[in-house]
Design a protein around this ligand. Structure first.
Ligand SMILES: Nc1ncnc2c1ncn2[C@@H]1O[C@H](COP(=O)(O)OP(=O)(O)OP(=O)(O)O)[C@@H](O)[C@H]1O
Ligand SMILES: [Mg+2]
Length: 237
């Protein structure tokens, strides 16, 4: 379904990164993090731990209050508008609240990134239809977001984020509104993308997925980030 990526330098590097909203208290504290190309991570932590805030730094929704973020080797605080736009095109985002365009139907929401990239309509039709069928929405191509369930909207948001095979996929609770069987199916879609080179970070509370797929975890607690490798956990699980 996708073609292979080729990148070797780190996708993201966080150096002493802290973040607060306005004059509020510090939500992320002194984060050190390197995401290697082709890596796959779950991001965990209780509600309010800062997962969405940390993910926002990966797609330049906001800048760190202290420290430095590099994306694709470039310090984000030094980028021109054109460079920012160029980097954003390489990042797919699944927002916790979907952010679909309500005046576009499911097909057109998913087709949008390809249309912006100037892909031919015949190619778009084939690719979008195939992907929407994969996520079980072949009958909803013409439906508009307000007519769809939460789980259906979530799957459209996922399809839109992966359709142009980004170098980095950042997904915020992408399976929060679907049942476990569909959650696994969506994870296999991310896995297919990952095998072709996309680096993936998924914030999730779903312990079944975490246990089943056993990817490295970026765990947030009290503003600090801890990396957990599930394969070297020494507690008999
Ligand atoms: N726009 C904002 N302005 C001010 N404070 C915010 C804003 N967004 C989030 N916060 C605060 O930042 C903290 C971290 O929120 P965040 O949304 O990053 O947590 P989360 O780990 O994603 O939680 P959840 O699992 O519920 O989605 C919370 O205390 C929240 O109240
Ligand atoms: Mg969140």
């Amino acid at each position: 379904m996708f073609e292979k990526n080729k990148l070797s330098s780190p996708i993201a590097e966080f150096n002493g990164v802290s973040f607060r909203y306005g004059h509020g208290s510090e939500i992320l504290k002194d984060i050190q993090l390197t995401l290697d190309p082709g890596s796959f991570h779950f991001m965990t932590g209780e509600s309010g731990a800062g997962k969405t805030s940390l993910l926002g730094l990966f797609y330049m929704n906001h800048l760190p209050t202290r420290g430095r973020v590099r994306l694709f080797g470039k310090a984000v605080d030094t980028l021109s508008r054109a460079e920012k736009a160029q980097i954003r095109r390489q990042i797919g985002v699944v927002f916790q609240d979907y952010r679909l365009l309500n005046h576009l139907n499911a097909f057109d929401n998913v087709a949008l990134p390809l249309r912006i990239a100037g892909v031919k309509e015949t190619e778009i039709k084939r690719h979008v239809s195939e992907l929407l069928a994969w996520v079980g929405l072949e009958k909803q191509l013409k439906a508009f977001p307000p007519e769809l369930s939460g789980g259906e909207k979530q799957r459209i948001a996922i399809a839109r984020a992966v359709i142009n095979r980004p170098q980095l996929l950042v997904a915020d609770e992408p399976t929060g509104n679907v049942d476990d069987a569909m959650a696994k199916r969506l994870l296999y879609l991310f896995l297919e993308l990952n095998k072709l080179g996309t680096t993936i970070v998924i914030a999730t509370h779903n312990q079944n997925l975490i246990k089943h797929f056993r990817f490295d975890q970026l765990h947030l607690s009290h503003g600090r980030l801890e990396r957990i490798n599930p394969n070297i956990r020494n507690n008999g699980q």
